[in-house]
Write a protein that binds this ligand. Sequence first.
Ligand SMILES: [Zn+2]
Length: 347
Amino acid sequence: MMKKKVLSVALAGTLLATGAATGTVLAGDNSANGPNYEGNETIKNERLHNYEEMVKVLEKADSQSEAMELETYGESVKGRDLYLAKFGSNEDNPTVLFLTQQHGNETLTTEGALKLIQNLTSNGKKTQEILDNVNVLIAPRLNVDGAEGDVNFSLDDYVSGTHTRYNANEVDLNRDHIDREQPETKAFHENVLQKYSPDYMIDLHHQGTQTTLGDSDELVSGSILYPTTENVDDEVLQRSKQLGSVVYDAVSDKGYGLLSKYPGGSAETISRNGLAVEYDVATLLFEMRGMADHEYDDYVLGQKSNGKLIQQAVTAMEATLEALADGSINEADTSFWDDLPESGYGE
Ligand SMILES: [Zn+2]
């Protein structure tokens, strides 16, 4: 029997859901929590864009938009092209990079990136204002082989058997940012980071389904973190925290949005840390709730929350673009970080 703990208002602010019932408290009526997989819900991963479908979306957006340029920047272990969608190259403007799916089973981040690309290729006034003031780089699905389950090892132990965290060589790409031994990370560094020198970057991931806000029993819709290596420059750290502030405010404004502070380490093999040190790019890790596939049942989320979690990714990226376009990111209040509860696992 779980007992709901009362968090102080200072800790949880207005985000605290008011539910007082026992058991897991969802983050509001519009919760992105949705059902867990729990072995009894169908996982319809075929509704997500597979590689071929993703490429079709990218090529269609490219053909319909003068603002967008689509390039391939490398190849995966299995020879799949890696794609970068680019908007703008004005050296007076800040450049932001959105990276998704370093882990192949963390799929909705890429769905969000594809949606953002479609939004940016529409001809709205707001879009034009953003593209006049920000250079946007979108690198969807770094781990294209793991996302297809096209790998050199067995996925028999996986719930769905369709997606894996690792690349085809069973390497975690987000631990390869120093050595760059894998073709995906090597290409990403040489042909994206070193070529375009982004000022800001959001690295989008998914975590398990059971993460709570601190030691409360409220399930979060996501978790965020800035670089936590002591080698990061103070100014880069401050801009990273401001980026986090923009994302936190935008997501928290949504009924389903409830974010915790991700309890991350200081290893520089991870992009959040290593890229901030090597390239002075302000970085934010954004972990969404639940995964398409995993060896552990309770990491896998049924598809009923997919829409809101995709929207959460889009919201984070669009809010970043707006705050960069009007410069408000430079005034973003970073004090919330001091009070943001770390991820917990309930009681
Ligand atoms: Zn991940």
